[in-house]
Design a binder for this molecule. Structure first.
Ligand SMILES: *[C@@H]1O[C@H](CO)[C@@H](O)[C@H](O)[C@H]1NC(C)=O
Ligand SMILES: *[C@@H]1O[C@H](CO)[C@@H](O)[C@H](O)[C@H]1NC(C)=O
Ligand SMILES: *[C@@H]1O[C@H](CO)[C@@H](O)[C@H](O)[C@H]1NC(C)=O
Ligand SMILES: *[C@@H]1O[C@H](CO)[C@@H](O)[C@H](O)[C@H]1NC(C)=O
Ligand SMILES: *[C@@H]1O[C@H](CO)[C@@H](O)[C@H](O)[C@H]1NC(C)=O
Ligand SMILES: *[C@@H]1O[C@H](CO)[C@@H](O)[C@H](O)[C@H]1NC(C)=O
Ligand SMILES: [Fe+2]
Length: 441
């Protein structure tokens, strides 16, 4: 009797240990997310497995059609995290092509050794007269991602066509040997597996030369997601790395590479036939040129690196403000400060309102929005008490920005406060009869 009870006791006390020691199935896909691959009719599906699989396959089909009637194959790359454990994972990438514009698709991804859940997305409408809707934010962490729940529901009810995450993910993806990155990518699957999740790098991605960022995301172009551009509706969207101005050890040459690429990209976008089709040029980059926060970031100072460049490099590194102004960039989206700030049209530290009554109707300089308050373990930032005259509206509430590019002349922006249960606390219409450098005069 006694020994039987003893055996039962031993078995019970071992049970949790036994359960914990069951290994995860290493060929099971996880961390599924999608991005626009940069050409009409495309979508790229990215996911992770911890063991190698023979194939990287997406099975998909039109919503309401025969399930998984189409198959696309891609490939996997081995990513070895830079941490002491040297954790290995396989990042699978498959580009879907010839998608029917504006049509909903159902998909799953994986291989014969394991399939993901079933997800869906809507292929982008390729018409330049389409009016895409965006959710935009930076600085969302694994811990305290306060806006995520609201974004999940709004994404699921179809409020967004695209999400822009303007740098700083997970806090930080490399931590705990990349496990924080894994967990964060699992968290955002609830939105990023359904709408294209377009990114740029932030300072929290810097460890091991941005390797978690470069490996986990799949943005268009050949720069490992560091800088690229793409088109949607009547907008040309440019994603930049501001971090190359701050982490010089990874290569001062990267500043010049990006600058030259950006100049070419802007030249191309400004060819009369291109600018007529897609007159809105919108940039996104993590660290702002202007801000009025009191956390000692250089955007609070006159001489921010992103704005004016650096003269302590050889040769001196050019900043971005003049270039973006010269090519008539309409809107510049930033994050990094864990707050929301809207600026009056500004260039060279001076305000260039369209008019006093209607500052954003035919503005005479680019419009800047700083939206880095999605929520992370570093909480909110705070503001200096007396901002410069270019600062139009500020909020320390957690939240995110919504944008809709209505047509060639009208673009709408609004700020959602998550602290105030989804209340819209700020909104503007940017109205432009003319785009490009000549619109400034
Ligand atoms: C799966 O990956 C783990 C961790 O890298 C490794 O130890 C294991 O041998 C792999 N299993 C197979 C079947 O390849
Ligand atoms: C794409 O958007 C345009 C402009 O809104 C619309 O006229 C067209 O019907 C849309 N295409 C599809 C396939 O829904
Ligand atoms: C960092 O990564 C970039 C992008 O791959 C590369 O061009 C650069 O040479 C790397 N820097 C160092 C120091 O390895
Ligand atoms: C170099 O840049 C710093 C600010 O980044 C500025 O204070 C200084 O005047 C500049 N020096 C020269 C020689 O331009
Ligand atoms: C720009 O317009 C706003 C709103 O009317 C006004 O408060 C601000 O003073 C204007 N700034 C300048 C420099 O005209
Ligand atoms: C552009 O969109 C705005 C807002 O929806 C609308 O008022 C305006 O009439 C549209 N312009 C054209 C040319 O369609
Ligand atoms: Fe940041």
């Amino acid at each position: 009797m006694v020994s039987v009870v003893g055996a039962v006791f031993v078995a019970l006390s071992l049970a949790p240990l036994l359960v914990l020691s069951v290994p995860p199935i290493g060929t099971q896909p996880e961390q599924v997310h999608i991005s626009y691959a940069g050409f009409p009719g495309s979508m790229e599906i990215t996911w992770t497995t911890f063991n190698e699989t023979e194939e990287s396959t997406v099975e998909y089909g039109l919503w309401g059609g025969r399930l998984f009637e189409l198959t696309a194959k891609g490939k996997a790359t081995l990513f070895v995290d830079g941490g002491s454990e040297g954790r290995k994972m396989y990042i699978h990438r498959v580009t879907l092509t010839d998608l029917r514009p504006a049509s909903a698709y159902v998909y799953h991804c994986g291989s014969e050794a394991g399939w993901s859940d079933v997800f869906s997305f809507t292929a982008l409408n390729e018409s330049t007269s389409w009016s895409p809707r965006f959710a935009i934010y930076g600085d969302m962490g694994n811990e305290n991602p306060q806006s995520l729940a609201r974004l999940q529901k709004e994404t699921q009810v179809g409020m967004y066509d695209v999400i822009l995450h303007v740098g700083d993910f997970a806090y930080d993806m490399h931590e705990d040997n990349g496990r924080i990155g894994d967990e964060f990518m699992r968290q955002i699957q609830s939105i990023a597996a359904y709408v294209p999740y377009m990114t740029c790098p932030g300072n929290h991605e810097a460890e091991y030369n941005f390797s978690n960022y470069r490996n986990r995301f799949s943005m268009p172009g050949q720069t490992e997601s560091l800088w690229y551009s793409w088109n949607v509706g009547s907008a040309h969207i440019i994603s930049l790395s501001t971090e190359i101005y701050f982490f010089l050890d990874y290569g001062v040459d990267l500043i010049f590479k990006q600058y030259e690429w950006l100049k070419k990209d802007l030249e191309e976008a400004n060819k009369p036939e291109n600018r007529a089709e897609r007159p809105w040029i919108i940039t996104m980059g993590h660290r702002p040129m202007y801000c009025s926060n009191n956390d000692k970031d250089d955007c609070t100072q006159f001489e921010s690196y992103v704005r004016l460049g650096r003269n302590d490099t050889k040769p001196p590194a050019p900043g971005l403000e003049d270039l973006l102004y010269l090519y008539g960039v309409d809107l510049e989206l930033w994050a990094h400060e864990h707050t929301y700030e809207r600026l009056w049209p500004v260039y060279g530290y001076k305000v260039f309102n369209g008019s006093i009554e209607q500052p954003y109707v035919n503005p005479k300089a680019p419009v800047h929005i700083i939206t880095g308050s999605a929520g992370c373990r570093e909480n909110h930032d705070t503001f200096v008490p007396n901002p410069r005259d270019w600062s139009a509206f500020r909020s320390t509430d957690y939240g995110y920005t919504r944008m809709q590019v209505h047509n060639t002349s009208h673009l709408y922006l609004e700020q959602v406060s998550d602290d105030q249960y989804g209340k819209v606390i700020d909104s503007i219409w940017v109205v432009k009869e003319k785009h490009g450098f000549s619109a400034w005069f």
